[in-house]
Design a protein around this ligand. Structure first.
Ligand code: FEO
Length: 395
């Protein structure tokens, strides 16, 4: 039988590890995923979140290693999305008297839509629930990253059950930040922010502020619904969110994202990357043939310079590049102060790179070099010209 992991006296992790997940609605999860759920043994036995439906057995085994699931009195659904609420009906069937709490009104509406009326109690920011010696406090965090999201604070144990906020897609046997490669955990937290939370940075900033308002001594752990639990690096993840993620701060870094048909756009991408390298500006070259858009967005997050290239295919840019631009636009990055470079090749009409440039401008990029469009092939003289133009831009 699978076991629960005690994270504090009478508080257990009872979630699931999805080692083989490699995609979360299109986001590549090269390190897998965990769906965290937490069990608190108090006068009222309380479960926080329920993991994805396909991990029903794993959830129940871990709960059963501590207590009979029929003894659950309270189920807190911090979030409707099905990777966390999937086993709500499972728990209700095993523990028919358990009371289910969700944020009002969106959490209750969402759970009702997905699972029918299982008898939900809506809660709002400021509401509390006494489960014995612990009193749990609810804080709604709408649009971090769905309308219903909320977090639950357990002052007795000094744990914030933060659901998606501060999460990472990182499947490991370690449950805590000090049991895994911390650099990888922080990297996955950044990728998670870039691809999931970024569109709602204003709301995420509010959530971080709410965490800070608890005071420095009020938080021993941040226990998200994905990945490892923060306990030795709480300040590190909060600072990451504040200084690097929600601030939208840009660094002197570059990303060169492109696809190519017969090699000209590829050569231009390398010439542009070489110019950044010559100036000592860290640059990442991203060929969309071999790199997913979710990784491209991870690189993109804090880059001041963003070069996007496509050749022309049937009067359009390549679909891979269109996919990247559509995905990037959907994530609504703060582009103020970003410098764009649109580039690419064409046979008879430079519409691929021109359309790339128009897309970049439509989301706030400046294009000080205009559009670098090359007819047919690029010889070394032209590539040197491209490199020099970028060097000139960098000063
Ligand atoms: Fe991890 Fe919004 O679900």
């Amino acid at each position: 039988m699978l076991s629960a992991v005690q994270i504090k006296p009478d508080v257990y992790w009872v979630g699931a590890i999805d080692w083989n997940a490699r995609s979360f609605h299109g986001y590549t999860t090269e390190q897998g995923i965990t769906y965290n759920a937490y069990l608190i043994l108090d006068e009222k036995v309380t479960l926080i979140d329920t993991a994805k439906i396909t991990f029903k057995d794993e959830l129940l085994q871990r709960i059963s290693s501590v207590i009979d699931p029929s003894k659950i009195d309270v189920l807190i659904a911090n979030h409707v999305e099905m990777d966390h609420s999937g086993n709500t009906p499972t728990i209700k069937a095993l523990a028919p008297n358990c009371q289910i709490y969700a944020s009002a009104p969106q959490g209750v509406r969402g759970l009702t839509a997905h699972y029918g009326d299982l008898g939900y109690t809506g809660v709002k920011t400021g509401d509390t629930l006494c489960i014995g010696k612990r009193t749990l406090a609810f804080v709604q965090t709408p649009m971090v990253h769905w309308p219903d999201n909320m977090v639950t604070y357990d002052a007795y144990d000094k744990i914030l059950f933060s659901n998606d906020a501060f999460g990472q897609h990182y499947a490991t046997t370690g449950r805590f930040d000090d049991e895994v490669d911390i650099n990888e955990a922080l990297r996955q937290a950044r990728k998670y922010y870039a691809n999931i939370v970024q569109p709602y940075r204003v709301q995420a900033a509010g959530a971080v502020k709410a965490v800070r308002s608890l005071g420095p001594d009020a938080l021993d752990m941040i226990a998200p619904a994905h990945g490892i639990i923060w306990r030795s690096h709480v300040e590190d993840i909060l600072k990451k969110y504040e200084d690097e993620f929600v601030s939208g701060a840009l660094a002197e870094k570059a990303v060169v994202v492109y696809d190519s048909m017969w090699g000209t756009t590829d050569k231009m991408a390398h010439a542009i990357t070489d110019a950044f390298q010559a100036k000592g500006i860290p640059a990442q070259l991203v060929d969309l043939k071999v790199t997913d858009v979710s990784d491209a967005m991870d690189y993109f997050l804090d880059c001041k310079y963003v070069a996007v290239g496509s050749p022309t295919l049937n009067s359009q840019m390549l679909p891979t590049v269109a996919k990247f631009l559509t995905y990037m636009k959907g994530l609504s990055p703060k582009n103020e102060g970003r410098v764009g470079i649109a580039f690419g090749s064409y046979g008879w009409a430079p519409l691929g790179p021109k359309n790339v440039g128009a897309e970049l401008q439509s989301v706030g990029f400046e294009l000080p070099l205009g559009v670098l469009a090359r007819n047919w092939t690029a010889d070394q003289a032209y590539l040197d010209e491209v490199r020099d133009k970028v060097l000139g831009l960098l000063g």
